[in-house]
Design a protein around this ligand. Sequence first.
Ligand code: GDP
Ligand code: IMO
Ligand code: MG
Length: 465
Amino acid sequence: MASPRPVPLQWELQIMSTAPTTGPHAAVSGLQWGDEGKGKVVDLLTRRYDYIVRYNGGANAGHSVVIGDQRYALHLIPSGILHEGKINVIGNGVVVDPAQLISEMDTLAQRGIDIGDNLRLSTRAHLVLPYHKLQDALMEAAVSASRGEHKAIGTTGRGIGPAYADKMHRSTGLRAGDLLDPERFADKLKHVVALKNAMLGATADLAGAEFEPIDADELTEAYLGYGEVLASHICDTQHLLHTGMADGKKLLFEGANGCMLDIDHGTYPYVTSSNCGAVGIYAGSGVPGGTVGRTVGIMKAYTTRVGAGPFATELDDEVGQRIRDRGNEYGTTTGRPRRCGWLDLAVVKYTAAVNGVTELSLMLLDVLAGFDTLKVCVGYELDGKAVEGFPSSSVEYERVTPVYEQVPGFADEVTDCEDYDHLPGAAKQYVELIEQHVGLPVSIVSVGPARNQTMIREAHAPVSA
Ligand code: GDP
Ligand code: IMO
Ligand code: MG
């Protein structure tokens, strides 16, 4: 038998240097249905890292960062962009609407944020085109027309699902790198547009909507124009990250959406179309599995959800409205009012396990001030029996009854509190109840959107990356 070919030395060195370290790299992951405050935490952690990496989702994400009297809403650009000297990477797993990206770049530049070599876009990232947004809207309308409004997903309308579907279809997918080869791009787009026009026309009929066919030439011209603007940012980000890791650079992965919206592990079909949990990091960036040592799970002190789908602790009453008002719970991307409810620790325990979370960051605790009592869901019952694990079917999940623990509320406002020990006793009890039920330390407690409204409990962070 022939002996195996020796591995060239430079390959061996490269493999060794990018091998999982489970050490210096970290991830920020949403543990509910999105909008947990990931942007704020990424901003807080960024100074310790060199590369801030988005690996999933697209412009469905809306991450808000407040710095002094300035509020920034980021959709595609990693939240690290607000810090000087950091490399911000839009990885291969993101679906990118180039018009939205350029508008975000322009808005930031107008506000004095430097956009140059510090922003990199993967050649492999798939593009969102206008027909994806149309398809998104028409599919929702067609489903509503045939099956009733509650069967629609309630998407953000950003074309996310159709763009990921085309990625999987392969013959209709277009990537950022394709923009750099105008002839091939124009040729492929012409064929895709013909197909899309036929498909969208039929979907519009079902939805009872008007449809104006898309002009392939106009679209090609617009996209090649975006390609020219983005060309200096487009690169092989997988190689960039591998080289960075070999040079000792530290990576911070910024999850978009939330684990309950994960295509595999969320409340399917009322989810988004990517792996938004930490499970998506490796496929969505090209770094080896196990690279991340520190995974910070971001959770609100209560629960919110935007769009359709089951939500066991939802409060469709004045308590829910009070949380919405105090927490300003309106979508960063679509402005839709968010559905609000009590904290659901069955959700957090499940998503923390799926994500391999090492510590928790508790956000918006200030919103709960002033309630006499608070309710926390610690498990579910179905048909009178305790539910084990997390229901894998939305139909089943619709039917669960939350099991609540009632705990004392805290009357005093906590927004000015700078020291964990100075929090009211009931607020500390709330934090400790979370730690006990989830089995993880709460290392960050946030009591307002600003940077200084944050208590970092360094001693509670088990991994000091
Ligand atoms: P993301 O999508 O997970 O980044 O979260 P969003 O930015 O969409 O939504 C979180 C909202 O809560 C933003 O408006 C933040 O400025 C705000 N926020 C973050 N932390 C706190 C906090 O501790 N208290 C309050 N009141 N607001 C917060
Ligand atoms: P961030 O990153 C909250 C929800 C939508 C809808 C479902 C599918 O800000 O936490 P899509 O447009 O992705 O096909 O919509 O997912 N959704 C989010 N909800 N925050 C987000 O992002 C979301 N991204 C998607 O509301 O229910
Ligand atoms: Mg958001």
